[in-house]
Design a protein around this ligand. Sequence first.
Ligand code: ATP
Length: 477
Amino acid sequence: MENAQSLDAAVTSSESALLEATWVRIRDRLKTEVGEVEYRTWLQQIVLGPVEEDEIVLFLPSRFLRDWVRSQYGERLQTLWRQESKVIQRVELQVRKGMTPPSDNDQPSSSPEPEVETSVAEETSNTRPLATEIKSDLAVPLDPRFTFDSFVVGKPNEFAYACARRVAERPSSPGFNPLFLYGGVGLGKTHLMHAIGSELVRMGNVSVAYMSAEKFMYRFIASIRSQSTMEFKEQLRSVDVLMIDDLQFLIGKDNTQEEFFHTFNALVDAGRQIVVSADKSPSDLSGLEDRLRTRLGCGMVADIHATTFELRISILEAKAGASGVPVPGKVLEYLAHKITTNVRELEGALNRLIAHADLVGRPVTLESTQDVLKDMLKAHERRVTIDDIQRKVAEHWNIRLTDMSSARRARAVARPRQVAMYLAKNLTSRSLPEIGRKFGNRDHTTVMHAVSRVTELIEEDATFAESVELLKRMLEN
Ligand SMILES: Nc1ncnc2c1ncn2[C@@H]1O[C@H](COP(=O)(O)OP(=O)(O)OP(=O)(O)O)[C@@H](O)[C@H]1O
């Protein structure tokens, strides 16, 4: 029995040595691929975790880092593991609090270090430095890349940007406390919050704590478990600026909401600044307690709208410029047209192109873009319907929607109808007879005629061509 156990132990330790050796190779490859600085910022913190069947767990110290590594390097990590190991097929990234990342000499480690916590109370003592970003388990480190300088401003985000700047310059000014930033996924809320924090830290004199609402909840629960809620409250209430990201997470978590409400009141009453972000405005966050919603809406509420084509182009230009890899304008335009969901995805696509060009040593072209981003672009292909087309075209030429299928032949009605048929042929995968049926049961030859007539007119008449192009863009976006 003892022999069997020691044999098991020997097998396990040789397996783990093998794993660690594989991990060293993978990390070396990653370091070469992404460069020393990028590696140190994002990847050095990864710690090897357990293997379950064909899956390896990798730990990161925060949700923020985990999400970033997952979105930027997740696929690459998986590919490298598959290449370097016979067993591992999948990589799971998990957060493990309180771990110490491998040191500079890069010895991989899978053993957790005890949680070391610097309390805010300590930091607020006489020896507190002027500028303080709260570096304890209470808050998440600010991302040095998310600054005001690296935030590209355009119509959809200019108001939110101006408010954020204002709070960074003069925290706790009347009318700006709390600052409530809201908008869809990946549009720059977190970026602006980090920018506020970094700016305040740079200017000095204030202590700043940034964390997600999820982290707030887990810290609160942990404090209840360890009977240290008073300490938790004190820590939170001693900061000058508290920033809570993704507040919608608190919906349905009544006790945490209650705790947040009290913290919120204590801080605002003491003249401290609160910055909150969420995916909806306070009034639309149904599921949050009314009194909390009311207080959240009391300061400045600023939304970040969906990006426009122009903003997407500016962001891409800025990010491509910063990368140092030349990316042709045509490629940027193509990306800005195709990836309209959010900036995170846009950035991900551009990073992928740049990394690919760097690896294979060939310049970025439109062809390489289509090839490298094949899967991503496919997922973004908008399914335009014939109904969408008819509606947009009717609106554009100010005719009735019913005229798309009516028998009226007056040019003012017939021409837009032909354009709609042309767009239906070009933007959908519908057959000619199917299109004909959607336009008042017309024959497929009528659709064919419409397509060739519109094609001719595009050649002959620049103004007409512009209208059709505009409609096409609007429908594709
Ligand atoms: N205007 C902008 N200029 C430069 N980068 C931007 C801009 N908007 C967003 N980004 C970048 O897009 C990525 C996603 O932004 P961010 O994480 O701030 O979005 P979010 O609104 O907080 O999303 P979520 O709702 O998922 O939390 C980040 O890398 C950020 O730097």
